[in-house]
Design a binder for this molecule. Structure first.
Ligand SMILES: [Zn+2]
Length: 388
């Protein structure tokens, strides 16, 4: 058991470590003297921190080959981050799967793990299962908790309402009705959590400053990345594109509004609509294939879905002016024919305010997007914060 004093000391050491890591992430490599200046730590403290980080394999110390030798003629030693050390862990507690991704300090994915689950599994059970998967990855050497600077957890839940990450992600409450303690036990580094779709957007948004990411599946979720950061909103509920009304006289949605996009083009209702029009399909994949093969009913359904999607996307684009729109999820299997009505509507709704360009595309189905994005968000939040 840790006493309060022990944990306070650990928190101080963790803050010192992060200062060293931030400097190395910003500058690439640093001499010990430079690190002293960057971090404002005493030589003794810095030496202890560097020693510990080297012992854990986070840092390497090498002769600086391309630089002039030191004043005394000897080559200068520089410290740099070990890109192979797992820097951040991302965990997606999805509706249908648990995914785990580990990134190195350069942001590339080092290893992944995935397990399909029943969609009725409770959040606490998902947390325990994910903790067991992490433990197995620690045991087989794929995760070294000593090199991990942070963990990101993406949660598929309507109750995922995290507090602002900017004021202390380490202190935020756990999601309603569940505890993340089993994950904190196996991964002691600071942990942040958010909606899984938001964190998945970070996997697509890393090279784009302004992105609207839309997932069309059993429900509709979306996320907005603006200037490289996630838009969360004042109550943690930003990005509910599925609950924009596309027909004020439309059916009642479970959310209490009328004619929400989600009540029309969710996976189940698209199949029901096709059956109403005279042909049953077993899955969205089958419907998509039929449309591609020239089946008239299937093609009309794709067009109908595209027209409805266009109404919501145009509204979102007028408000947010994204440079990219990425359509993911089951319905993205409709491909280009789904996007034709959206492109047309965007062109027609062009505002006379100045030139704007929005690139819209479907995402390849990537079951690891949620955990990749969670890992990248955690890395960015704790190790790369100074770069953004
Ligand atoms: Zn709704």
């Amino acid at each position: 058991m840790l006493t309060p004093d022990d944990s306070a000391l650990q928190a101080v050491r963790r803050r010192h470590e992060l200062r060293v890591l931030e400097s190395l992430v910003t500058h690439g490599n640093r001499t010990r003297r430079e690190l002293e200046t960057d971090t404002n730590l005493s030589r003794t403290t810095l030496s202890a921190i560097v020693g510990e980080l080297r012992r854990r394999g986070v840092l390497t110390e090498n002769d600086q080959s391309f630089h002039a030798a030191g004043r005394n003629g000897r080559p200068t030693k520089v410290l740099s981050l070990n890109p192979k050390a797992g820097a951040a862990v991302g965990i997606e507690l999805g509706r249908r799967r648990i995914g785990i991704s580990v990134t190195g300090f350069d942001g590339t994915i080092v290893t992944r793990e995935r397990q399909d689950i029943s969609s009725s599994m409770a959040l606490d059970a998902k947390v325990k299962l994910a903790a067991g998967m992490v433990k197995a990855m620690i045991d087989d050497g794929r995760i070294n908790p000593g090199t991990v600077v942070g963990t990101g957890v993406g949660i598929a839940s309507r109750h995922a309402n995290p507090l602002s990450l900017s004021d202390g992600a380490e202190r935020q409450f756990d999601p309603q009705g569940a505890t993340l303690a089993p994950l904190r036990e196996v991964l002691p580094a600071p942990l942040l959590w958010d909606n899984n779709i938001r964190l998945a957007a970070m996997a697509y948004g890393k090279d784009s400053d302004n992105l609207l990411y839309v997932v069309l599946s059993a429900g509709i979720s979306s996320a907005v990345v603006t200037n490289g950061a996630l838009l969360r909103g004042g109550n943690g509920l930003a990005g509910e594109l599925g609950h924009l009304s596309v027909d004020f006289a439309g059916p009642s949605c479970w959310c209490g509004r009328q004619g929400c996009l989600e009540s029309f083009i969710n996976e189940g209702n698209v199949l029901v609509e096709a059956a109403h029009r005279g042909q049953s399909f077993a899955s969205i994949a089958e419907l998509a294939q039929a449309a591609a093969d020239g089946n008239g009913i299937a093609a009309n359904i794709v067009d109908w879905a595209g027209e409805l999607l266009a109404r919501a996307i145009v509204g979102a684009c007028v408000l947010l002016d994204p440079s990219r729109v990425v359509i993911a999820g089951e319905l993205s299997q409709f491909g280009e024919p789904l996007l034709v009505p959206v492109r047309k509507a965007l062109a027609e709704q062009h505002l006379d305010l100045g030139p704007r360009q929005t690139v819209i595309s479907t995402a390849e189905f990537a079951p690891s997007a949620g955990s990749d994005g969670a890992a990248q968000t955690a890395l960015k939040h704790w190790a790369l914060a100074t770069l953004s």
